[in-house]
Design a protein around this ligand. Structure first.
Ligand SMILES: [Zn+2]
Ligand SMILES: [Zn+2]
Length: 102
């Protein structure tokens, strides 16, 4: 596993981070959906809640050191950003890219 030249392969990094935390949110321990998992009958918003994302601990998207990256479900991810910026509505959840806050 390469620990250098992160930004080039963000997708790969993100996936390895998620695998290392067993596809669970580091904050609430919610088990999240793996790629391709698509439970029948789930609404889009339901799936979004169980979408594991990689958050930059220091809010610097270019700092892709392993120790700066944590797995969060969308709800917890939003919480962290709300906490920091003070004023994000739940609708803004969709502002996050598929799997990171960058
Ligand atoms: Zn969570
Ligand atoms: Zn984030």
């Amino acid at each position: 596993m390469s620990r250098t030249r992160y930004s080039k392969d963000w997708k790969e990094i993100a996936t390895s981070i998620k695998e290392s935390c067993d596809w669970r949110c580091s904050r609430c321990n919610r088990p999240c959906l793996r790629p391709g998992e698509n439970p029948q009958g789930w609404s889009k918003s339901q799936r979004r809640v169980y979408n594991l994302q990689v958050h930059h601990h220091n809010f610097n998207p270019s700092d892709n050191r392993i120790e700066n990256l944590i797995c969060l479900c969308s709800a917890c991810h939003l919480y962290y950003h709300q906490f920091r910026r003070g004023n994000i509505s739940p609708g803004q959840l969709s502002l996050f890219s598929e799997d990171s806050c960058s």
